[in-house]
Design a protein around this ligand. Structure first.
Ligand code: PHE
Ligand code: ZN
Length: 881
């Protein structure tokens, strides 16, 4: 049974509102259980709209105590307040009018964390996508833009800080123990960008002088005592502001920019105008408590939210179907930022790993949807890796196809033309078509067709003609609701490497448009001939992952090893190592399943160890080279009938073989690169730690005793090394007394630090093997587990389901049954959190029959529950379809 109406929203039904919202004036009288909100909304009827048309506003779980039209009570015959809407009739034909709505809220019982809620005694809001309607009745859609005035009244002792969007107007005490503050945001904005924060918080302050010389006050608010852990975030913010000026010519536009870190948050962070709200996980860092990955995430997410000020806030989405307009583009911008701040190659490798691990399975399963969907039932379920990461890749392909100069011109045109508007993907693409004079109609299919394209390639070399012929064929697999697909415009960067590693200059190509090193694949089948190729080259295809595709290219191990050694594009070297490893891991899984000995390819071992030992390469790259494709990567390559235990066992045996062959190299790397310097979170230092820890993990495989990891644990002077050592201990020797001791030490040392405790839960939730379930259940009984804190729930239950393939996919199905129970329990409090964790089961159909049957039954159990949120019911029904 469903508790929502189950209504599906279609893009084609879009039409503008009947009424134009001119201004918003909000007054909040804050109280944990009885907050009063008065919303004064000035509207006028849009030209051409029927004079009798009513005003229809959105609402969700609201208690309305008064409703006025131009300060007079509206007679009950003139309005209907339903569950999800408020309809008002008898409104002026042309003149502007003021609607005043008073509602009462209970922030402290709001466990959905949407609308106004409490987190650690702080009042906080989250409005994207449709949370504002939980505060007051409102035209809660992104194409309704207005300036906001916000008055906040609260108890002065417990809420000395009163914040909202825009610039501070003033405030004062009120004599009754309360005080007030007023804010005005002059930039018209949609309701999803509204924010209010009130409470008692510590502050880190700085200033930034913009391109045109304006001073902006920068403030990051955190819990008292945590101020020192916000300095890295502040530094990242200033670098982001500078980068957006330098690279995109975008300047900040208010006198103040604020970030508030809260410990209860459904997502990563939120770009509310001038007042970003962050999951504190993406703000707080110091060497003792944050890993290098945490630092990199903080830098990226601070940048992401800041960049939204132009791509999202100044130019916003016409409707939620256009979500990728702001998210895909902003992810692209934050990726480029991180690439400029760190190693571009290593950043690209991380992006592609992430895309393959998260987006490819989504695109290949029941939840697949286009980057720009045309229908949805619950918009919260479309904050997906397809909209974000594939959306970013599509933007990157525009830059690849147009080249840097035209891409920049297209972005400039977009900012110029659409500033202050709520627009569509078509508006965005039109800017690039216009500046480049290219027809981007076929390219736009990337926004409309779901599924990862599969490109099959083969080559033949003609020594007499000195030509290399490349045959390409593309296929986009069917996805829910889209059975037949058109061929796409796929930009493939290529390199032709000769025996000595030199690259062939690309000239005189027939059969495809070629720009620079980009081959444009646009037909279903295309034969491309490169001339003046003096000897048979190794072809490096899809360099830099220029297109987000699956590639089937029968290439010899020798060619792959050659590319791994000589490609000038370092990403392509990493890819070649991956391509060497993957077939070996697939056959290892088959051998393990059949109980046969696993064989490790000598070419793989040699190439991997050569990269690991190559002092000419940056350590972070070498660490990436050593990280074999994950168990999920192997499962995806196998495609179906997967047995996670066999995949795990095969991969373990390959790791062991590499470890044995490289023991000397790994020993040297561990012992020589020991960190004696003071800690620094910069990318180069992080790279050294990554290489040492990768080597340590192999070395422990080779030695098969916990000694080295215990030593590393005891010697660690930073969280990266400490948590890596603990992970190795827990995953390799879960029952060893050394592990028990290390886990206890860790827990005790960080008992006061929620974010570090999350790591303690995560490390244990990801210990492979069927004992994981009992361990997770036991950890749920730990007094430190807190089912109301989203980070903690994700750390334990989320990582168990997402990141423990053998532990979760137990052959007896107990993992799925456990998850079904947990999803129902979480759903009762926080539907968004429940729905997101449930997507861990999105690839259930690619499991072998026995497991798939158990998974289906668990999903059916969820679907049959008496009371389900729209969020969970939407996901579970799509997964079962
Ligand atoms: N818009 C946020 C971002 O990506 C994500 C978000 C969505 C946060 C919905 C909260 C709710 O930057
Ligand atoms: Zn975003």
């Amino acid at each position: 049974m469903r508790t929502d109406t189950g209504e599906i929203i279609h893009l084609e039904d879009y039409r503008p509102t009947d009424f134009v919202l001119e201004r918003v004036d909000l007054t909040f009288e804050l109280d944990p259980s009885e907050t009063k909100v008065e919303a004064r909304l000035i509207f006028h009827r849009r030209e051409g709209v029927d004079a009798r048309a009513p005003l229809v506003l959105d609402g969700d779980e609201l208690k309305m105590t008064s409703l006025l039209l131009d300060q007079d009570e509206i007679p009950s015959a003139n309005f209907d307040a339903a569950d999800h809407s408020l309809t008002i009739r008898g409104l002026p034909e042309t003149a502007p009018f003021e609607i005043t709505i008073t509602t009462e809220l209970s922030p402290q019982t709001n466990t959905k964390l949407m609308g106004l809620y409490r987190t650690s005694d702080v009042y906080c809001t989250q409005c994207e996508a449709e949370g504002f309607r939980r505060i007051t009745y409102f035209p809660d859609r992104p194409d309704v833009l207005a300036p906001y005035t916000v008055n906040i009244i609260a108890d002065k002792a417990t809420a000395p800080l009163l914040l909202s969007n825009g610039n501070y107007l003033g405030g004062a005490g009120m004599g009754d123990g309360r005080h007030f503050a007023a804010w005005f945001d002059p930039h018209p904005k949609p309701s999803y960008l509204f924010a209010l924060v009130a409470g008692d918080l510590g502050i880190v302050e700085d200033t930034y002088t913009t391109l045109s010389g304006r001073d902006v006050a920068l403030k990051i608010y955190v819990e008292h005592g945590k101020e020192a852990r916000a300095t890295y975030a502040m530094d990242a913010l200033k670098r982001s502001m500078k980068w957006d000026e330098d690279v995109f010519g975008r300047e900040y536009d208010l006198d103040i920019f604020m970030i508030v870190a809260v410990s209860d948050f459904n997502m990563g962070a939120m770009e509310n105008k001038g007042l970003n709200v962050f999951n504190d996980k993406y703000v707080l860092a110091d060497p003792e408590t944050a890993t290098d990955a945490d630092y990199a995430n903080i830098e990226a997410i601070i940048a992401h939210e800041y960049f939204h000020n132009w791509t999202g806030n100044r130019i916003t989405c016409r409707d939620w179907f256009q979500l990728c307009l702001k998210e895909g583009l902003t992810v692209y911008r934050d990726h480029e930022f991180s690439a400029d701040q760190r190693s571009r190659t290593v950043k690209r490798i991380a992006e592609v790993r992430h895309l393959r691990a998260e987006q490819f399975p989504e695109d290949a399963g029941p939840l697949a949807h286009p980057v720009r969907p045309v229908k949805y039932r619950e918009i919260n379920n479309f904050y997906t890796t397809t909209v974000y990461e594939k959306g970013s890749e599509v933007t990157r392909m525009i830059a690849t196809i147009l080249g840097a100069d035209l891409f920049k011109q297209g972005m400039d045109l977009y900012f110029d033309r659409h500033d202050g508007q709520a627009v569509t993907i078509e508006d965005f693409i039109a800017c690039f078509a216009e500046v480049s004079q290219r027809d981007l109609t076929q390219f736009s299919l990337w926004y409309h067709q779901a599924g990862t394209p599969l490109v099959t390639a083969s080559t033949s070399y003609d020594a007499g003609q000195q030509t290399l012929t490349l045959s390409l064929e593309q296929m986009v697999p069917p996805t829910p609701g889209q059975n037949i697909k058109e061929p796409m415009h796929i930009p493939l960067r290529v390199g032709l490497l000769l025996d000595d590693g030199a690259e062939v200059t690309i000239t005189g190509v027939t059969g495809a448009e070629v720009t620079g090193d980009v081959v444009h694949l646009v037909e279903r089948k295309q034969t491309v001939v490169f001339s003046n190729v003096p000897s048979r080259p190794a072809l490096s295809l899809n360099r830099g992952f220029s297109a987000p595709i699956n590639l089937h290219f029968e290439q010899s191990s020798e060619d792959r090893a050659h590319i791994a050694r000589f490609e000038s594009d370092l990403f392509a070297r990493w890819q070649a190592l991956n391509d060497l490893a993957l077939p070996n891991l697939v056959s290892a899984a088959a051998s393990a399943k059949a109980g046969l000995p696993v064989e490790c390819d000598a070419a793989l071992v040699e190439a991997l160890l050569a990269a690991a030992a190559d002092e000419a390469l940056e350590p972070a790259f070498r660490a990436q080279a050593l990280a074999l494709p994950s168990e999920a990567d192997i499962a995806r390559e196998i495609g179906g009938n997967n047995d996670p235990d066999a995949i795990h066992s095969g991969r373990q045996q390959i790791m062991t073989a590499i470890a044995a062959a490289g023991r000397q190299i790994f020993t040297t790397l561990v012992e020589r690169t020991a960190d004696t310097d003071a800690f620094s979170p910069d990318a180069a230092s992080a790279g050294k730690r990554a290489l040492r820890n990768a080597a340590l993990s192999y070395l422990v495989y080779a030695e098969n005793v916990p000694g080295r990891a215990v030593k590393a644990f005891d010697a660690a002077n930073n969280m990266t090394d400490l948590s890596q050592a603990l992970t190795i201990l827990a995953h390799r020797f879960p029952d060893a007394p050394e592990t028990t001791t290390a886990l206890a030490t860790f827990k005790q040392r960080f008992a006061e630090n929620g974010l570090v405790l999350d790591k303690w839960f995560t490390i244990q939730a990801t210990i492979p093997g069927s004992a994981a379930l009992a361990r997770v259940k036991m950890l749920m009984d730990d007094p430190l587990f807190n089912g109301n804190n989203p980070n903690r729930v994700r750390a334990l239950i989320g990582t168990y389901a997402f990141s423990n393939p053998t532990g979760f996919n137990r052959a007896d199905g107990e993992g799925y049954r456990f998850l079904a129970e947990q999803i129902l329990a979480i759903d009762a409090r926080n539907p968004q959190l429940a729905a997101r964790i449930l997507t861990a089961m999105r690839s259930w159909r690619s499991l072998e029959d026995g497991r798939a049957e158990h998974a289906r039954n668990a999903l059916r159990e969820i679907a049959a529950a008496p009371k389900l949120s729209p969020d969970v019911s939407d996901i579970v029904e799509r997964m079962l379809k």
